[in-house]
Design a protein around this ligand. Structure first.
Ligand SMILES: [Zn+2]
Length: 453
């Protein structure tokens, strides 16, 4: 396919201007909606062709939905295909901890030594800008995509806001079933597993569910000098203790096996053999990863993290109540309902009340043997030659989960190179992206949009 466009220069300056608008969704009360409105206005200024050729709808205060009509809708007969592509990102960012020491101020958008610094550089204004740049560059060439394309940008992803949920609802109501959805998630990373060298494009094919439970118990109160064997505090502590790491059995999703197989085929020597072996043996993988603990264990099972605990009112008074908060990340293939039942069974105490505070189901798992995944790999071959596309399961939630309920092919991947230090800077200190990484990211989306036929 002809590569006709020269990308417009100045991508780093445009990202810098986006970073300078502090769209901190968690600080909406203090900062007001002005940064968000200014961001929407900035997009109109920076992307004139996008705003001329695509329709923009706003859903809720923070959801932007651009629609680019494909060849069929524009009356052509050449290569008309069903089902649009939805490219997602979010333009809100997380707060900056005042006590953190940044090399450059987080909202100055400093460009130094080929790097753009600032909150949102990677999460998620960098991934957002490479989508817009690709579309603007293609429009400058008079390009028309073979399918309809939607750009869906939310302004409250970091606060679990409703913008993306509402956009998903609107698409569904209109009978629009996306053929492909791409949102934030994985990236082009170094050494994806500790013993796997080289770079890989990690593509999230699913995301775990999230659930928060409150465990509580009541007591009779009274003086602490003659306590019963089980006070409310002890009862809740025992319940928490019974929810150890082994509460949920390992259950590796297909994606984990596919990840290991794919990584194994790109890893030389015994490490590669081991990965391929594990990729073909889910039970063994489940047991091994569970035993490794930490991130490896989280890949293969539902995790339980007690996060808060409280009870009682005075040092010498028996507590009349106690409670604990437990945060769970639910493995693919399980449900919130099964999870609550399992928790109750493990606690084995009818006097401990289990209340569900919030719950979202794990996503389904997108395929990797379909045309959509092949398209991602093809685009990657243009933007990042030689880097394998490797499926994995995300632990964190993304806006795309709202679409995954009815769109089968949802992938969580930002086509940006991220070093391990850069990955650690997400939600942390010195968040930054290399300008060449942005240029490659633009190339990825352009290659993807050129190949929708
Ligand atoms: Zn994000």
């Amino acid at each position: 396919m002809a590569d006709v466009t020269d990308p417009r220069p100045g991508i780093a300056d445009r990202l810098s201007r986006m970073i300078r608008l502090p769209t901190v969704s968690a600080e909406l009360e203090e900062r007001g909606t002005a940064p968000f409105e200014e961001f929407v206005a900035l997009l109109a200024e920076l992307y004139p062709l996008v705003h001329e050729h695509l329709d923009l709808e706003r859903h809720t205060d923070f959801g932007l939905l651009f629609h680019w009509s494909g060849r069929e809708a524009q009356g052509g007969t050449d290569g008309a295909v069903e089902g649009p592509v939805v490219l997602m990102a979010h333009y809100d960012v997380v707060p900056v901890d005042e006590s953190d020491d940044w090399t450059y101020p987080p909202f100055d958008g400093v460009i130094a030594d080929g790097v753009v610094y600032g909150r949102g550089a990677l999460d998620d204004k960098g991934p957002l800008i490479v989508v817009l740049e690709a579309v603007e560059n293609l429009l400058a060439d008079g390009f028309v995509p073979a399918r309809d394309v939607y750009l869906s940008f939310g302004g409250n992803e970091e606060t679990y806001g409703r913008a993306a949920e509402e956009i998903a609802r609107v698409l569904r109501e209109r009978g629009i079933v996306p053929w492909l959805v791409v949102d934030e998630g994985g990236a082009v990373v170094d050494a994806p597993l500790p013993f796997v060298p080289g770079r890989a494009a990690m593509i999230g094919v699913g995301e775990k569910g999230v659930m928060t439970l409150t465990l509580s118990a009541r007591g009779t109160g009274g003086h602490a000098s003659a306590p019963p064997s089980l006070t409310a505090v002890r009862r809740v502590a025992r319940a928490v203790d019974r929810l150890g790491p082994g509460t949920f059995r390992p259950r590796p999703s297909k994606a984990v096996g596919r990840m290991l197989t794919r990584l194994g085929s790109h890893t030389p020597g015994p490490a590669g053999q081991l990965l391929r072996l594990l990729g073909a043996a889910p039970l063994l993988t489940g047991r091994l990863f569970a035993a490794l603990g930490g991130e490896a264990a989280a890949l293969v099972r539902t995790t339980v993290a007690p996060t808060m605990q409280s009870g009682g009112t005075a040092a010498n008074v028996l507590p009349s109540q106690a409670s604990a908060t437990v945060n769970l990340r639910i493995a693919l293939g399980e449900t919130t309902q099964q999870t609550v039942l399992r928790v109750r069974r493990r606690i084995r105490d009818p006097l401990v009340t289990v209340r569900v505070e919030e719950a979202s189901e794990p996503s389904p798992e997108s395929a990797t043997d379909n045309a959509q995944f092949a398209l991602l790999a093809d685009a990657l071959a243009v933007s990042h030659p030689g880097v394998p596309a490797v499926p994995y399961v995300m632990m964190a939630a993304t806006d795309s989960r709202h679409l995954h309920r009815f769109a089968p092919a949802v992938y969580r991947f930002a086509p940006l190179d991220m070093s391990n230090a850069q990955r650690a800077s997400i939600h942390g200190v010195d968040e930054s992206v290399e300008i060449v990484a942005l240029e490659r990211g633009e190339r990825f989306h352009r290659a993807l949009l050129e190949r929708l036929g």
